[in-house]
Write a protein that binds this ligand. Structure first.
Ligand code: GLA
Length: 334
């Protein structure tokens, strides 16, 4: 391949002027995937290192070492940073919801803790993080309720969501603020996410975008449902970010563990799927301003050994040796 074709085939160049191309990273991949990250990506997100439990494991004791290291990496290579995530029911330490004497903290106490966490974290990286996932996964997958059960909801009430956005906006008025969720293209959940975000906008809450996690597979969701989700969220007049893209080679109910390598058919089908997805992202690039993969190459993915133990997965555009897969070529060729 000639020098210029190689240059052009860098993901961040291919989509320049359309959207940023990001990868979730962790302390290990920042080392193991360094060259791949700086060549192809112009945005990074901490896979875990900016979550509540990592940044404030005990009240008032902040641990920024790993998050800072990612910020340094991004600065060194002129890469943007998406912050993930401020308020979530998972990976949040128990102390946040406790009163210190065996009981549950009250509403005012919980909101004060939320504010102080957001002030400290968002304030520390003010001007250096272009977008934050402010609230993650607050919507119920099924049933009549819009919001899922969580200690945030049961203690603080449903306006915990609005408060989180207000605190984040006050801490960094320049950062774009996102509501982020999975199953975002499933019609039932899509409508709930739409309802939640619309209610925030109706109350003038400072929210700027919807994050579509996009943990997808060879089989699900249907591209028509993805298109309808993009159009529905875009109709709110907000920006859209694809925040956690990966394409599992297994169907949800497929539990087999015999595969040591992906089959050629899987890789072909994955390329077709990626081609369709990026076709949509290009078509809607007026709204979609950032596309982040939940990893970078098949040597590391959270889908390895989860949810099925002793089973690897191959969800990305680059293989375990960081070489482009058929999926990569499909994406760059458009
Ligand atoms: C959710 C969260 C992410 C991550 C993934 C699994 O999508 O938003 O932070 O934990 O689950 O890796």
């Amino acid at each position: 391949m000639s020098q210029s074709v190689q240059e052009l085939a860098k993901l961040k160049n291919v989509f320049q002027g359309q959207f940023l191309v990001g990868a979730a990273v962790n302390p290990r991949t920042l080392v193991d995937q360094r060259d791949l990250l700086r060549e192809h990506f112009n945005s990074v997100t901490a896979e875990n290192e900016m979550k509540f439990e990592r940044l404030q494991p005990e009240e008032g004791r902040y641990t920024f070492e790993h998050a800072d290291r990612m910020m340094d990496f991004a600065k060194e290579y002129g890469i943007g940073v998406r912050g993930h995530t401020l308020v979530w029911h998972n990976q949040t330490p128990a102390w946040v919801f406790e009163d210190g004497s065996g009981g549950t903290i009250d509403r005012e106490g919980l909101l004060a803790r939320m504010k102080s966490h957001i002030d400290t974290v968002v304030g520390r990286y003010k001007g250096e993080i272009y977008a934050w996932d402010v609230v993650n996964e607050a919507v119920a997958d099924s049933g009549p309720e819009v919001l899922r059960e969580s200690p945030w909801l049961s203690i603080a009430g449903e306006d915990f969501i609005a408060r989180a956005f207000e605190y984040a906006h006050a801490a960094d008025p320049g950062a774009l603020l996102f509501y982020n969720d999975y199953n975002e293209s499933v019609p039932e959940k899509r409508e709930k996410i739409y309802t939640l975000v619309k209610s925030l906008l109706d109350r003038d809450v400072p929210i700027h975008g919807v994050g579509l996690q996009a943990h997808w597979s060879l089989f699900h969701p249907d591209t028509d449902d993805i298109r309808r989700a993009i159009e529905r969220y875009a109709s709110l007049g907000l920006k859209l970010h694809i925040t956690e893209l990966d394409v599992s080679v297994f169907a949800h109910d497929d539990k087999r563990t015999d595969l040591k390598e992906p089959s050629a058919e899987m890789m072909e089908r994955q390329a077709e799927r990626y081609g369709e997805f990026f076709g949509l992202f290009r078509e809607y690039s007026e709204y979609i301003t950032s596309v982040t993969f939940w990893g970078a190459a098949d040597d590391y993915t959270w889908l390895d050994y989860f949810p099925v133990r002793s089973r690897k997965n191959w969800p990305f555009l680059f293989d375990a040796a960081h070489q482009p897969k058929p999926s990569f070529w499909k994406v760059v060729q458009g």
